[in-house]
Design a protein around this ligand. Structure first.
Ligand code: SOE
Length: 380
């Protein structure tokens, strides 16, 4: 088996999910490459050393440029706050490294377009970690739609609800709370949570043409962890938008970090001419399916437990009926990326796909500002 030498940048929550996936993937999937945890990079030497030891990285670096210069690294995995993605990706592309990048791709569409240009010029394999596509039930939703079971699609409805920023005493910025700092995150729930919903939606239902949005920042000022001063909050705490897809279907999207009682409730429902599907991250192994073509007296919503060998990814895991979870979506993503390298058919979402999501986010934030419907920029 060929080796795929990984250089991970960032050791937060995502650094852990990725490291776990690299370690697991060959145990469950037959692939032509084996990821090797060569090096992890972060600025705090004591912490990065401890992370390297815990996850089995052979070495560590404290300067990401050094990591990119290393000849023994094949792939750079970017798991940093959003404001670092572009600079690292551009340097990694120039050095001819393969690149995996955390979502959202960039701070905005303009920056994302520059990243896509650089990576396509370099011709390096690339992918963005929109992991929810690879929940088996979500992948199965894609299969059902592609098989034409829903028929013409009329409605798409998605939500991503959390409640962890309600306290006004929560500071912004720094290692754990960079998602609240607009300079590090680019936006609030739009880039962090709705970007997931948009990625799934574009994949399942095609491109979005226009959007009309509203956003709110409920807590206007928070102490900044890096400066120690109370500073204006620049992110959107909540966002809701209407959208028209190019296929004529209508959509509603909503996300907030102020939905008391919800920790990470990502849900979507799609209504077609013949059938509907619904999915819920808190019950992630189930796909709800309603088919109007069923005999009328037996017609009803089926709750499909997506754990059998003929359902996506499941033959690689345990025995039928035993479910898997969140961390496995990252394992699937690595497996598909490597399978794409083997077959020379790139896995998705790549940087270009993620740029389309970025363009939708840009239009959403623009519309929230102008109060008007805005067109989504098309990919060139
Ligand atoms: C935010 O709390 C967050 O961790 C996002 O950054 C992730 O992308 C999402 O999957 C879960 O929530």
């Amino acid at each position: 088996m060929k080796k795929l030498n990984i250089g991970l940048i960032g050791y937060g929550f995502m650094g852990r999910t990725h490291s776990n996936a690299f370690r697991q993937v060959n145990k469950f999937f037959q692939l032509g490459y084996e990821p090797v945890l060569k090096a992890v990079c972060a600025r705090d030497e004591a912490k990065v050393k401890a992370f390297a030891q815990n996850w089995g990285y052979e070495t560590y670096e404290t300067d990401w440029r050094k990591l990119i210069e290393r000849a023994d690294i094949d792939l750079i995995d970017i798991a940093t706050p959003n404001n670092m993605h572009a600079e690292i990706a551009l340097a990694a592309a120039k050095a001819g490294k393969m690149i995996l990048c955390e979502k959202p791709l960039s701070m905005d569409g303009k920056q994302g377009a520059a990243m896509v240009k650089a990576i396509e010029k370099a011709g390096v394999p690339n992918m963005v970690w929109y992991n929810y596509r690879r929940v088996p039930a979500v992948t199965m939703a894609k299969q059902l739609i592609d098989e034409g079971r829903l028929g013409r699609i009329f409605h798409y409805r998605a939500k991503f609800l959390q409640d962890w920023t309600i306290s006004k005493d929560l500071p912004q910025g720094g290692a754990a709370l960079w998602r609240l700092d607009v300079k590090a995150a680019g936006s609030g729930v739009t880039g962090d949570l709705l970007a997931h919903c948009i990625d799934t939606a574009l994949w399942l239902n095609g491109s979005i043409g226009t959007v009309s949005a509203m956003t709110e920042t409920f807590i206007k000022e928070r102490k900044h962890n890096l400066t120690g001063k109370v500073e204006k909050v620049g992110i959107d705490d909540a966002c809701a938008f209407l959208a028209r897809f190019d296929n004529g279907s209508l959509a509603t999207f909503e996300s907030t970090r102020y939905a008391r009682g919800h920790k990470a409730l990502y849900t979507f429902e799609i209504n077609g001419e013949h059938a509907s599907i619904a999915w819920d991250l808190h019950d992630l192994h189930r796909l709800q399916y309603f088919d109007h073509r069923d005999e009328s007296k037996l017609r009803g919503w089926r709750s499909i437990h997506v754990t059998d060998g003929d359902q996506p990814y499941m033959k690689n895991w345990w025995v039928p009926g035993l479910q898997i979870g969140y961390e496995h979506t990252f394992v699937h993503q690595v497996a598909d990326f490597i399978a794409g390298l083997d077959a020379q058919t790139p896995a998705h979402p790549d940087f270009r796909d993620a740029l389309e999501t970025q363009y939708v986010c840009d239009a959403v934030l623009k519309s929230a500002g102008t109060g008007r419907w805005e067109k989504v920029r098309k990919l060139k």
